[in-house]
Design a protein around this ligand. Sequence first.
Ligand code: GAP
Length: 448
Amino acid sequence: MSDAPETATDDSDATADLFDKIVNLCKRRGFVFPSAEIYGGFRSTYDYGPVGVNMLRNVKDAWWRSMVQMRTDVVGLDAAILSPPQVWEASGHFANFTDPLVDCRNCGARHRLDKLDDPDVCPTCDAKGQFTEPRQFNLMFKTHAGPVEDAGAVAYLRPETAQGMFTNFVNVLNTSRKKPPFGIAQVGKSFRNEITPQNFVFRTREFEQMEMEYFVPPDEADAWYRYWCDERLAWYVEHGIPAEMLRLRPHDADELSHYSSGTSDVEFLFPWGWDELEGIANRGAYDLTQHAAHSGEKLDYFDQATNTRYTPHVIEPAAGATRTMMAFLMAAYAEEEVRGEQRTVLRLHHRIAPFQIAVLPLSKKDTLVPPAQAVLAQLQPHFMCDYDETQAIGRRYRRQDELGTPYCVTIDFESLEDQAVTVRERDSMEQERVAIADLLGWFRERLD
Ligand code: GAP
């Protein structure tokens, strides 16, 4: 799988090397595979393997837990991916969701003008002054709903999850007993016909987003914008990304999206430099006003306490699940020497790691497998567990280190006598003998 960082410079061999190592680990250990690989892959699309699918779920669950489960002011939604053109007309995506595209007359390569280091030089063939005039290219995927491919059947794959929250504003208001300030959260797939997908799963055409639209009284918008910037930055640190690999960068006026009066990006220090993980935008009343005007429906709020009607303003923290998973992998990756041997370890937070526990009988002998499976049966309902009885124990530990599994439980011959197991912690590699009867409580204390 070769998808080297296009933006890495020649002198950043070490960082490009780190990037390649992580991409290789993802393939080797079952995190991420190139999609349709047996046919040579398909245009920067990726499949999440047996290990990666656990991790991606954990990223989304950790987000849902902090944005929905642990709050009383945010509710969830799962809106359709297919949507009619009216939604995108109202949202401004037809007019504004475009990238400037240039073609190189020398080699035919196509590039995004705003992403070129030098807007006059083709990065593919180094030709100077050979670009065509920029054209605006709309990023939405168009399709047809139903058997007839005529104009009346045109539909779009959503390029963001956000619009489903705006079009359901009244439905949610009427059914959830919430009033501003309150939020609607959604996790799901989005699709963009990116001109230059790149850097592994950082920018792909099909990806997952975790977005929340927080509806507030207009005079509270600035305060909530600052609140959500702080909350979201803290979420990444809480889940194991070192603070020095994160920063909050306010957008300059010329960077703002068509709807935004203020946006800050949570940026992560990727191997190729600082880049966006999440945008927190103050969208004002733009979306509800637009959808009200285009649909003819009233999308506002009547506050009985003050006897006033107003259109709520919206603060939107919008993150990429797949991109965030990549950042967690990059922040967690470490190589170190242990007793003269190299070990690779993913120091993932236990809520993000694909498995929380690996259960490992010391040998495949008949005597050890039944008690190992009994331990597995005790832990499996509570934690995502891996079970592995092949190879020498040292190799199995190394494999679990590469998967980021925080704890390994080894059942050995002594276990048959003392009804206890050895628990090995991933980062310190320290081992502790724990009674099988106490094991569930022991883990509950450490893996909340
Ligand atoms: N509703 C606002 C919105 O969609 P965005 O900045 O375009 O804002 C939010 O997208 C997040 O979605 C980004 O910060 C990024 O993490 C993720 N994202 C956007 N485009 C992506 C792509 N092509 N591939 C992977 N993730 C992407």
